[in-house]
Design a protein around this ligand. Structure first.
Ligand SMILES: Nc1ncnc2c1ncn2[C@@H]1O[C@H](COP(=O)(O)OP(=O)(O)OP(=O)(O)O)[C@@H](O)[C@H]1O
Ligand SMILES: [Mg+2]
Length: 781
């Protein structure tokens, strides 16, 4: 047996070694499922599979990168680099680009994020003169998204009796028309939304058997992590691709299925056996992550769910501390309690800030913790929320980027046709849209040839439209000739955004300037990484493809400085931290108010808490507040029913819950007393401040959003760039430290001038060629 398999226990080894047919590893949290998948890939490579014949799908890009690094340390970097490894969306968008013509798209299609899709739906609802209180854009979006994930196209939707009748009962009979219009508009604009990436992949494979056959030949072995959160569209893609060879291994935990609102279907894993006859199941029972108390507490919680595959999970780690239940009078106090604990634990133990995570049910809860941590000077980072690429000034610039690549992109046109202001108002835009619909062409076609489509505007307006058209054409032209960095700068300057944002130094503009700078840093970093690997010309398209598919967890991945992490529980899937705070354990928040009507949804909320608790290695605390500001009002919040689902043997309950014997009693007493207590009996230490409205983005400390900026600064001061300085001590045999690849030994130096390269054998990622002109590293003596 390969030596590296010694890192696994016996049941894990069996799962890795089994190779005679489809297999499923189903096991509780922290039992090494991801580890099994990682080692299985390494094992397949060692047994002769070529890396480009292995497809491995993960839930986030970050997870893919981490897995790749681990595999690289076993089989070497270059081999690991050639694996097909990534999220469903990133892998299948690559495949769609290559085969776009089969679907009536070009390979330059752009991608609508959730807010672009919502904005298009809003326009459509308005154009159709529908009431947006009945046809709520968010609900319509969810219905269309569900339909797409169930592989129901608009044509199929029209004739699907169940769906049509259900819409009629809900007095929204025109959803089917909205869906059809939305579909046509995306096609005209040459864009795909996130759900389309999966839907079109399915259509591609269904309608083009030769393409399916080609990818079946390529993907000789398929592995999927977190299978419990796949939806029907993903499940089917995998099923199609693995048919024939049946070389497939999926891992998952039904108790951690938490994405049903995105169409994830727990039955995909429960019914795997019927889809893959002969599928062999492996169970892993030993948890390596957490203390015994944490594992037992989590087991006792999930035990209350009816729908589940029963599992034994045990830990042989230390018994550990009980889970602390922290009771606060208010959300504000909850923030302080957690912040105080963090500093105390850090002071008393060996912990770094990185060892702490605060997990919440909804993004909005982060503000109160930010405030408390900031006051105590505790550094933190937030994942998710208003992501960097969702900020206005960034979306504006990216809209121009998108137009340089695909001028038909409707949402991008709408966003910037009059930004910065160029006298093309809403009325004119309305006419352009109408004209496009009337002639069945894209907005860009109308803009490019307004006379051909008899756009009803005066000559002054025609002139302005002409100027906008010339601007975009200039960008398209430049995009064909320039690299990503230069075209980005050209766009920012020529579009007028630069003048707009650098017009003055108002605090708002300063923050926008920093964001623009940060965007440029991001592009620069993206380019230098590729250049170091020898890719000379990096196109804007490559950068855009990369950022269009970022997930909540991916955003700040480069920031490895010492900070407390905050994120939603959804984003924490698969991760682990020494100390975990799960906050806001209150009725109507966790479980969420809407989930309380159905047992099924309540079970999903319970699984969510199971996921949260099982992120903890050493300590876990659960907190709740008796009152919370909601919709600008202090609102009484009874403690969550889930607190009583956990076996009290593993909990340190606050005395008020203990004395009442059970939480249920206290649910009632809490609601009646809490408001009075809120104002009268608070200690002065937790002085209440004015209720604060959700913080504006510029209130947030910029640093927590600027890991790239920081990183680049760090690189500039501590390392050398081979192109501009003559480097003494850089010889074959020299030891260097590279910012990203870690340390390694120079094995060769070749080339002249701009083409001068070094070959480096890195400890972690194996051999790499670096172009000296771009490479950034330090020579270690
Ligand atoms: N055989 C083993 N020996 C030592 N450590 C192990 C072993 N198996 C797993 N671990 C460690 O236990 C932790 C949990 O493993 P892993 O993340 O693979 O679990 P998982 O089942 O994927 O968890 P989750 O359900 O949360 O995704 C990791 O830190 C991993 O390195
Ligand atoms: Mg895992």
């Amino acid at each position: 047996m390969e030596e590296f398999l010694q890192d696994l226990n016996e049941s894990q080894q069996q799962a890795v070694l089994y190779n005679e047919g489809p297999s499923l590893v189903i096991a509780g949290a922290g039992s090494g499922k991801t580890r099994v998948l990682t080692y299985k890939i390494a094992f397949l490579l060692e047994s002769g599979y070529a890396p480009y014949n292995i497809l491995a799908l993960t839930f986030t890009n970050k997870a893919a990168r981490e897995m790749k690094e681990r595999i690289a340390s076993i089989v070497g970097g270059p081999t690991a680099a050639r694996l097909w490894m990534g999220t469903f969306h990133s892998i299948f968008s690559r495949i769609l680009r290559v085969n776009a013509d089969r679907l009536g798209f070009t390979s330059d299609f752009t991608i609508y994020d959730t807010s672009d899709s919502r904005s298009l739906l809003k326009s459509i609802i308005k154009e159709k003169d529908l009431d947006d209180k009945i046809y709520k854009p968010a609900s319509v979006q969810a219905i269309i998204s569900n339909a797409k994930n169930a592989l129901i196209t608009p044509q199929a939707y029209q004739v699907n009796k169940d769906l049509v009748e259900s819409d009629e009962r809900a007095k929204r009979p025109l959803i089917k028309d909205i869906y059809q219009t939305y579909w046509n508009r995306c096609q005209k604009a040459g864009v795909m939304d996130f759900d389309d990436l999966l839907l079109y992949t399915n259509i591609l494979f269904r309608d083009h058997p030769d393409v399916l056959e080609r990818y079946r030949q390529i993907f000789r072995f398929i592995l999927v992590d977190e299978y419990q959160d796949t939806n029907f569209a993903q499940h089917l893609i995998i099923h199609q691709l693995s048919k024939g060879h049946n070389h497939i291994c999926v891992v998952g935990d039904d108790a951690q299925s938490i994405y049903s609102f995105r169409g994830a279907n727990i039955s995909n894993i429960l019914n795997l056996k019927s889809d893959y006859p002969g599928c062999k199941t492996f169970k892993l029972e030993r948890n390596y992550r957490s203390t015994q108390n944490i594992v037992r507490a989590a087991n006792s919680l999930i035990d209350k769910n009816k729908e589940q595959i029963r599992k034994q999970v045990y830990s042989e780690n230390a018994v550990g501390n009980k889970i602390d239940v922290l009771s606060a009078y208010s959300d504000f106090e909850e923030g302080y309690m957690v912040a105080n604990r963090v500093s105390e634990m850090k002071r008393l133990s060996k912990y770094a800030y990185n060892d702490f995570v605060i997990l919440y049910r909804t993004n909005a809860q982060s503000r109160i913790f930010e405030e408390a941590l900031r006051k105590k000077n505790i550094p933190y980072r937030i994942y998710g929320g208003l992501s960097f690429y969702q900020r206005k000034e960034i979306k504006d610039v990216i809209a121009y980027f998108r137009l340089a690549i695909n001028p038909h992109d409707e949402e991008a046109i709408k966003r910037v046709i009059n930004y910065p202001a160029r006298g093309i108002g809403d009325t004119t835009l309305g006419k352009i849209i109408e004209c496009g619909i009337h002639n069945d062409v894209s907005l860009w076609q109308v803009i490019a040839t307004p006379l051909e489509y008899t756009l009803p505007v005066n000559n002054g307006t025609l002139n302005k439209i002409q100027k906008f058209k010339e601007l975009i054409e200039e960008f398209i032209d430049a995009n064909n000739k320039m690299n990503a960095m230069d075209i980005a700068e050209l766009i920012i300057r020529r579009s007028g955004i630069f003048t707009e944002i650098y017009a003055n130094r108002s605090p708002e503009n300063l923050s926008r300037q920093e964001n623009l700078q940060e965007l440029m840093n991001g592009i620069q970093e993206f380019c230098s990484l590729r250049q170091e690997e020898g890719v000379e010309e990096i196109a804007l398209t490559d950068f855009l493809a990369e950022i269009s598919l970022a997930t909540d967890q991916d955003e700040k991945e480069d920031d490895d400085s010492d900070k407390v992490t905050m994120m939603t529980i959804h984003a924490s899937k698969g991760l682990e931290f020494k100390n975990v705070f799960v906050v806001g354990l209150e009725e109507d928040l966790f479980p969420a108010a809407l989930s309380k009507n159905s047992e099924r949804e309540l079970e999903e909320e319970r699984r969510l808490l199971y996921v949260a608790i099982t992120r903890a290695e050493e300590n876990c605390a659960l907190s709740y507040a008796a009152t919370r500001y909601r919709n600008g009002q202090p609102t009484a919040m009874p403690p969550s029913r889930f607190l009583k689902d956990i076996d009290p043997t593993y909990l340190n309950m606050p005395s008020e819950l203990k004395s009442k014997q059970n939480v249920e009693d206290s649910i009632y007493s809490f609601s009646s007393r809490s408001l009075g207590m809120y104002s009268s009996s608070r200690s002065s230490f937790f002085k209440r401040e004015e209720p604060v409205l959700p913080s504006k983005k510029q209130d947030l400390p910029l640093k927590s959003y600027s890991p790239r900026l920081k990183r680049l600064d760090a690189v500039n001061t501590s390392s050398v760039s081979g192109g501009s300085v003559s480097i003494t001590g850089l010889d074959v045999g020299a030891r260097i430290r590279h910012d990203r690849f870690g340390s390694g030994i120079v094995t060769e130096i070749s080339g002249e001038g701009d083409n001068r390269k070094i070959g480096v054998e890195f400890e972690q990622v194996g051999k790499k060629q670096l172009l000296l002109k771009f490479a950034k590293f330090t020579i270690i003596k």
